[in-house]
Write a protein that binds this ligand. Structure first.
Ligand code: SF4
Length: 244
């Protein structure tokens, strides 16, 4: 299998595990999107690893979860999930995607492999979506995927650790607060009642390889923007999970 990078992260939300999360990015993390702020440099080298090497790495690092950050509808996710099942059966498989996987793929994965869905809720409005990722249909596709996820998931915790369910993230971008507020509105209207978890990612840094960027994306997120989003979430009665 060709991968872009793999590492064990101890900075993920505690709810995903306290012994680290093994994060794997395949060679093509998100084929259909072209986010102008993407931090992944697609010109970086790609590594070829065998299933056995991945299995050894999982056994060696003993993570609580495996976070697979693949392209929507990626068959490789099944392959990795199978390795996880075979070599470390108590390890949770987390499907982290841009949130636009097809309903059939999601359903098939739920029946066979996926424990936790970790969609990144990017944009809730077509114009913003077109401007920032080149695809005005992203909000509609994301809505369809989340609706399917709402039908196929059940929530399970063990000692305060999420073992099955849905954990949404939203990357906040500097100068794009309106987008965040719209994402929260849409989440509240359609998905809040399912009791999922949501976190803001506030660590955006301007990617050097993506210059030139619009002026607002050349800076960091301000504390004011983050606080405003948190307060708005509170107003909507959406609980935001903080990273560990
Ligand atoms: S979905 Fe994520 S990985 Fe894909 S282009 Fe956008 S920011 Fe990059």
């Amino acid at each position: 299998m060709k991968i872009y990078k793999k590492y064990v992260s101890f900075g993920e939300e505690n709810i995903l595990g306290k012994n680290g999360v093994a994060v794997i990015y395949p060679a093509t993390p998100c084929a259909p999107l072209n986010c102008i702020f993407c931090s992944l440099n697609k010109n970086n080298p790609i590594y070829d690893v065998s299933n056995q090497i991945l299995a050894d790495w999982i056994l060696e690092t003993q993570p609580d979860s495996i976070e697979w950050c693949g392209a929507p509808d990626s068959e490789e996710a099944y392959e990795i999930a199978e390795i996880v099942r075979k070599y470390k059966n108590n390890c949770v498989f987390v499907l982290k995607t841009a949130g636009i996987d097809s309903p059939d793929y999601l359903k098939d994965g739920a029946d066979r492999f996926f424990d936790i869905y970790l969609p990144d809720l990017k944009f809730a409005n077509e114009k913003t979506s077109k401007r920032l990722c080149g695809d005005s249909d992203y909000p509609a596709k994301c809505h369809i995927a989340l609706t399917e996820i709402s039908k196929i998931t059940s929530v399970k915790y063990d000692n305060g650790i999420l073992k099955r369910g849905v954990f949404c993230r939203h990357l906040m971008l500097p100068g794009e607060l309106q987008n965040t507020l719209e994402v929260l509105d849409s989440y509240k209207d359609y998905f809040l009642s399912f009791g999922w978890l949501l976190n803001f990612m506030s660590e955006y840094t301007p990617p050097k390889h993506k210059q030139p960027l619009p002026k607002n994306l050349l800076s960091l997120l301000s504390e004011g923007e983050y606080e405003t989003a948190l307060n708005y979430a509170k107003q909507l009665k959406i609980e935001i999970i903080k990273p560990s």
